[in-house]
Write a protein that binds this ligand. Structure first.
Ligand code: TMO
Length: 316
């Protein structure tokens, strides 16, 4: 073979390679490896895990569900042990999410339509019946510790916080920073169900109660009033260098993914990045379990069957 023939052959090979790679780019199929979706310990998150898993399966993908700690999950995503997180709540998980992102390996896959708030509050009747005049302004708490005291609160008012895995010591630190520590004590609920049980029994007896809660949630429908604390600013929390005398942010709800997900599962990733749920939709997912007492899997099946017009466009 003379030199110019060889060169022509090499050129043809190079051109073929270019076309081949354009071909794989345009027609890349999702890997058959399972997309690993985490489940945590509040209802909308678990239902949404199965909703998103159902959407991926409808596209021909394989999925796997893995129970995970809701803080450690971002490191697990970074390392590729878990593929996505579909409810990254700003107040509770923003810091862990951005810490993992800064180390490399986690990407921001967009934001849900629903705004969020994760805050201490009271059921609507506490306001309507004026059990603590001046609420929802936090300063009203100074005059009604007795209204919120319980058998286990040592004569102080009780703040029923969620499980410690969500927030760490944010609320005990806040009680102190606001100068409320002589009048209030923070107790951690064993799980979300303990919060709902305490809210139900307080309502039955018409008693005052302060609990951690969030929106979107099933409680949006009945009415839950979040206490108005001094406004959140970046850096106001003790873990961020502030004095801790601030409330939670009016926050976002994001989606996160391992950085390889767009390459290994381009179609599923595109659907996941388009996916966005509203306050009402997320509240419905929680209500199917916490009000209607369905299993998480059955709730997801029902939600998918009832809302094809919502989720199908994400896959197209
Ligand atoms: C993370 N959560 C919604 C329970 O605040």
């Amino acid at each position: 073979m003379n030199f110019s023939k060889l060169r022509n052959k090499m050129m043809a090979g190079a051109i073929a390679l270019v076309f081949a790679s354009i071909g794989t780019q345009a027609w890349a199929k999702d890997s058959s490896k399972p997309i690993v979706i985490p489940t945590h310990n509040w209802s909308s998150q678990v239902v949404m895990a199965y909703v998103i898993g159902g959407i991926f399966e409808s596209m021909g993908n394989n999925v796997e569900y893995k129970p995970a700690d809701s803080q450690a999950v971002y490191e697990a995503i970074r390392l590729g042990d878990i593929t996505i997180s579909h409810e990254v709540w700003q107040s509770t998980f923003g810091k862990s999410f951005y810490n993992a992102m800064a180390k490399g390996g986690v990407i921001d896959a967009g934001t849900h339509a629903a705004p969020t708030l994760e805050e201490m509050g009271v059921p609507q009747y506490v306001i309507d019946d004026n059990l603590c005049p001046g609420l929802p302004n936090w300063e009203a708490l100074k005059n009604c510790k007795d209204v919120f005291s319980t058998a286990d609160s040592g004569g102080k008012g009780r703040w029923l916080e969620g499980p410690q895995s969500w927030h760490g010591d944010l609320m005990p630190v806040r009680v102190k920073a606001l100068g409320l520590e002589d009048d209030y004590v923070v107790k951690f609920a064993g799980g979300a169900d303990a919060i709902w049980a305490e809210l139900a029994s307080a309502k039955k007896e018409g008693c005052g109660i302060i609990t951690f809660n969030w929106t979107p949630n099933f409680t949006d429908a009945e009415g839950f009033v979040f206490i108005k604390f001094p406004g959140y600013t970046d850096g106001c929390r003790v873990v961020d260098g502030g004095d801790g005398a601030c409330g939670s942010p009016n926050g976002w709800l994001k989606k996160a993914a391992n950085y390889k997900f767009p390459k290994t599962h381009p179609a599923a990733y595109t659907a996941f990045s388009k996916l966005s749920f509203t306050t009402a939709q997320i509240g419905q997912m929680a209500a199917l379990v916490d009000v209607d007492k369905m299993s998480h899997q059955d709730a997801a099946k029902k939600w998918l069957a009832d809302n094809k017009d919502v989720w199908m466009p994400f896959t197209q």
